[in-house]
Design a protein around this ligand. Structure first.
Ligand code: FAD
Length: 428
């Protein structure tokens, strides 16, 4: 039996930074991770035939995000600005543009007049139910599903209004050429060098606790004890019950916290990485492409610009549509070949011949994620109050979903949330 000051469940960004801060403050920390790798939803993949590491999970730094950039500098990890232009493909035509949709002005006007928060779906049904707005409804729903990976029936309209019309300045986005994994490796190494432990393949099943004392049981028999516990598992895992893989049972139970977690939004995402023998899209006027938005089944695509390689990334976010979330990886790959083929007016077989490597990752089907990342619902504010209150100064929640602010659902959110919890524990 291992004894710790604090036990942390999950070795993603939130778990690792919490461990780093607590260890620096002199604590003995044990991190328990179900997977055989660290990083969680930061998953840099090097393998198959890919010429360069590819990101199956987090990829961008969405602006000058202070904690992420501070840590990258501390770890001496290089990052670079994303470059290139955005395009939209509509009715067989490709035009240079950011997201654009008909009737946007009417939509914006109605959105600004709303007095009370409601779901996006309710708002669209109330103001834009007529047939002539079918295109607008589809585009707006796709937009919420695409970037926020949100269910229109649950997402808070006010959160979208802040995001879309809040007047935030257009921020430069960055990527880490060697992948987010380098930051995760850095944090884990610091933790271990300073005397704490990171254990892989330790799927936590049960937590027995009383004030200032926790016993954590992982896999069948591995047992760890400590004074405090930090839970960083994704919302999709926190809301599991019973015998499902990844589910954690508490004794005494935490029904209020579990209910709060179900009231928050947690999206769905499938990410598809494909590398080709040549960048066939460049011949279609897309030679400086970064993003391309389309009406295809896999609607959003991007390149690695300014890195000059032949990798295309496909992104299918949001509520499961057309049963896509239930397709096998092989079936999804076939769909993924059809979408860019349509966009450039080619046959799927034409681009399939050029395919060198491919990786499909359905995060909703991943037992230790069960989805993408969080989005705001009408109940998020009240749920956060519950989850951010430590349970008997013994059990703490951290992770991207526990962050309050614009960068909800990002790596920065996970890091900030972990840091905050570490400070709370140190100060307790
Ligand atoms: C496809 C995709 C693309 C994304 N793109 C971006 C992006 O471009 N930029 C950005 O900033 N963010 C992005 N994100 C979001 C970002 O990845 C997350 O917000 C962040 O990594 C979450 O970190 P976390 O520590 O909160 O959770 P996680 O990374 O999920 O860590 C939680 C850990 O808990 C472990 N765990 C689960 N159950 C158990 C159990 N029972 N026992 C033990 N361990 C368990 C998990 O395996 C996991 O390692 C993306 C996410 C996805 C899925």
């Amino acid at each position: 039996m291992d004894q710790a000051d604090t036990i942390i469940i999950g070795a993603g960004a939130a778990g690792l930074i919490t461990a780093y801060e607590l260890t620096k403050a002199g604590q003995k920390v044990i991190v328990l991770e179900a997977r055989n790798r660290i990083g969680g939803r930061c998953f840099t993949f090097s393998g198959d035939e890919f010429i360069t590491p590819v990101e199956l999970g987090a990829e961008f730094i969405h602006g000058e995000l202070p904690l992420t950039l501070k840590l990258l500098k501390e770890a001496q990890i290089k990052y670079e600005a994303v470059s290139g232009e955005s395009f939209q493909s509509k009715n067989g035509e490709i035009v240079k543009s950011e997201f654009f949709t008909e009737n946007w002005d009417a939509f914006e006007k109605a959105l600004l007049e709303v007095q009370e928060d409601q779901s996006l779906e309710t708002f669209l049904q109330q103001h834009f139910h007529e047939e002539k707005f079918a295109g607008l409804r589809k585009s707006i729903q796709q937009f919420a599903a695409g970037y926020d990976t949100a269910d229109p029936a649950r997402v808070s309209l006010f959160s979208l209004r802040d995001e879309w019309l809040g007047g935030h300045k257009e921020e430069t986005q960055f990527r880490i050429p060697g992948g987010y994994i380098q930051l995760m490796d850095y944090l884990a190494k610091q933790v271990q060098d300073l005397g704490s432990e990171v254990h892989l393949e330790k799927m936590v099943r049960q937590v027995n606790w009383q004030p200032n004392s926790v016993e954590v049981i992982a896999n069948q028999h591995a047992s760890f004890t400590g004074k405090k516990l930090v839970l960083t598992v994704p919302l999709g895992v926190l809301t599991l019950s019973g015998n499902e893989t990844g589910a954690i049972t508490f004794d005494p139970d935490l029904p209020k916290q579990r209910k709060a977690a179900t009231e928050m939004g947690f999206g769905a995402i499938i990410k598809i990485l494909m590398e080709f023998a040549d960048p066939f899209w460049k011949k279609q006027g897309l030679n400086n492409m970064q993003f391309l938005f389309s009406e295809e089944k896999i609607p959003t695509w991007w390149t690695q610009n300014p890195q000059q390689n032949n990798v295309l990334t496909g992104w299918l976010g949001g509520k499961p549509q057309d049963g896509m979330q239930h397709l096998s990886d092989e079936e999804l790959l076939q769909e993924a070949l059809i979408s860019p083929a349509h966009i450039v007016n080619a046959d799927a077989s034409f681009i399939e011949q050029k395919l060198v490597a491919a990786k499909v990752y359905n995060w909703t089907a991943d037992p230790f994620a069960r989805g993408s990342y969080s989005y705001a619902t009408l109940q998020t504010a009240s749920a956060l109050k519950i989850l951010k209150t430590p349970v008997a100064q013994t059990i703490y929640f951290a992770g991207e979903a526990l962050f309050e602010g614009e960068q909800l659902g990002t790596v920065e959110a996970a890091l900030v949330s972990g840091l905050e919890v570490a400070k709370t524990i140190i100060g307790a």
